[in-house]
Design a protein around this ligand. Sequence first.
Ligand code: EPS
Length: 392
Amino acid sequence: MTGRFRFLTAGESHGKGLTALIEGLPAGLPLSEDDIARDLARRQRGYGRGGRMKIERDRAEITAGVRHGLTLGSPVALWVENRDWANWTERMAVEPVEAEVERVTRLRPGHADLPGAVKYGFDDVRNVLERASARETAARVAVAGAAKRLLDEFGVAFGSHTIAIGGVRAEPRAAIDEEALEADPVRCADPAASEAMIAAIDAAKADGDTLGGQVEVRVSGVPLGLGSHVQWDRKLDGRIAQAICSINAFKGAGFGLGFDATDRRGSQTHDVILPADQWGERPWRHGSNNHGGIEGGMSTGEEIIVRAAVKPIPTLAHPLPSVDLETGEEVLAHYERSDVCVVPAAGVVAEAMVAIVLADAWLEKFGGDSLAELRANVAGYLRALGPRARRG
Ligand code: EPS
């Protein structure tokens, strides 16, 4: 992130709610709560979620930075209520409470519990797990609603889908029916794989276990030239990978073929550049998109394709062996209500983080205090690129 579009979030999973503060949106951008609502709803769905999603009805309230439907160029503040807070008012009270509140001391392997509690000097793991919870991703998706709204002005469009759950892999599809995808319980475009994924989730649930998987994010309409090859922290793929790996339970990111490229020879990996006369519209075109729309840290004008790996979540109904933080005794890890598989929702969160990085890279490249100024800058660049090089 270069800081052209920046944001912070605050909020505990069972606290009053989530707050997000966005800086960098130009003035004059139409932005409404409805623009943000769609992805918040998409994030709440997905087979394998636990009881919490039956309680929440996520909706972001815009509390600053927008007037009469248009951004002011000032920070935009968002508020997402935790409906579950009503059940936690004493355990998560801001003020000290009289009652003895039960502490969590049995550490969950794979979670932030152990390093977080030791590092911050807590004797109650709840002080860590509340913030380490993936509840926070609701705030990120809300922020991304504004980032997407900005990029939508320029025809940039986002999608994501599940490509693997628990070792069940989807067959690649040339085209994806978005409506069918959103209706699919695991957001998978391959119906046979979707059924097998659901069966795998059921089996894991029956065993008190959890499942991870892989998601793919696709972005169309990004012109050649976002990011740069000249410095490590300006590389677009590096910035996206950092953003992806910052999401709870995400363990890696790849582009285009992703890690599958490591099994191929170079001649089978790189996208040949074809001359104009084969394609008419532009002076060149890549013959394939194995590189996923980014080469040398810069967008190439092709569709951006990000693949990301999600580990199985660490809260297990049949807990793993662990240690009690207070006594040092061998115990079974803490369990409280949780999800079996979050991969379908994780795709929506990955899409959100890619949108945030692209909004930042967009504003870095084009700048402008108002949408009109940004528009003029984009148009000037596209003119300079030439009519043949604009879009993938
Ligand atoms: C989570 C545990 C579950 C999930 C939660 C993440 O919450 P609870 O402990 O209230 O049952 O539902 O995810 C969300 C609340 C959300 O909005 O995605 C965890 O421990 O990370």
